[in-house]
Design a binder for this molecule. Structure first.
Ligand code: ADP
Ligand code: MG
Length: 242
């Protein structure tokens, strides 16, 4: 499936060095990120955990190219984002925090449209495979406005997959979602990771990072304050609570 993406030699899906960002405005400058360093291994399920305003989306949006950084070196699948802008973008699929689906197109149409935007040739498209993976096959030809909340979120993940990236980034995919639906989405995400896709998830729910991720970085006020395997990190948190 992901043959066209040969793993980088250092086995790192994402490498972030000394990333800083200040949002400048006439009223007040907001220091969103200060010297963030992250190494995310290929194939891992990586959690970026932190409260609202910590800087999670800023990192994601810089990776996606919609926010400009002040300083730092970023590599996606071994490709420096400044020197390989286009190619590095093809290596990630980002599921944004906001639900942006088009109510008047069917899931299948939306995936085909998205594939078109990425210039995926017709015969290389994997629309049916993605629909199946995200359990949307039986809704493939329904108007998207008829989809339930959970289906809409799965459709967003599906849209991020059309160009077959080896990395999927989920920005707060279950914020405001009820417990039952959250569990179901978690299962979908686990399934993706089992396919070999590297997953990066941002969340402010500790239990979500705990349920899904094998490695976790904790971000607070734009700084990485802890970064370890889930096992080690949970030990640390336990001690602090005590
Ligand atoms: P998170 O995703 O962890 O909630 P964000 O990355 O969205 O955090 O935000 C980090 C900080 O940057 C917050 O203080 C937020 O208010 C600020 N911020 C985010 N986007 C912008 C923007 N476009 N302009 C100004 N400030 C912003
Ligand atoms: Mg955010």
């Amino acid at each position: 499936m992901y043959k066209k993406w040969i793993k980088p030699k250092n086995n790192l899906a994402i490498e972030i060095k000394n990333l800083s960002k200040t949002y400048k405005s006439s009223a007040q400058d907001i220091n969103a990120l200060s010297n963030v360093n992250l190494k995310i291994k290929c194939g891992s399920f990586y959690g970026l955990l932190g409260p609202n305003g910590a800087g999670k989306s800023t990192i994601i949006n810089i990776l996606g190219g919609t926010v400009t950084k002040d300083k730092g070196d970023l590599k996606i699948w071994g490709l420096n984002i400044d020197n390989h802008r286009k190619q590095s973008k093809l290596a990630i699929g980002i599921v944004p925090q906001e639900l942006n689906i088009d109510a008047f197109f069917t899931p299948k149409d939306q995936l085909e449209l998205q594939a078109g935007l990425f210039n995926v040739p017709k015969k290389e498209r994997i629309t049916d495979y993605i629909l199946e993976l995200m359990e949307l096959t039986d809704k493939a030809n329904e108007y998207s406005r008829k989809l339930s909340g959970g289906m809409r979120r799965r459709l967003l993940v599906a849209k991020a997959m059309v160009h077959n990236p080896p990395i999927i980034i989920l920005d707060e995919p279950t914020a405001g979602v009820d417990l039952e639906l959250r569990q179901k989405l978690w299962n979908n995400f686990k399934k993706l990771n089992k396919q070999g896709i590297t997953i990066i998830l941002t969340t402010h729910y500790l239990e979500e990072a705990e349920a899904l991720c094998d490695e976790i970085a904790i971000i607070h006020k734009g700084k990485i304050v802890a970064n370890d395997s889930k096992k080690n990190l949970l030990k640390l948190i336990d001690k602090k609570v005590l």
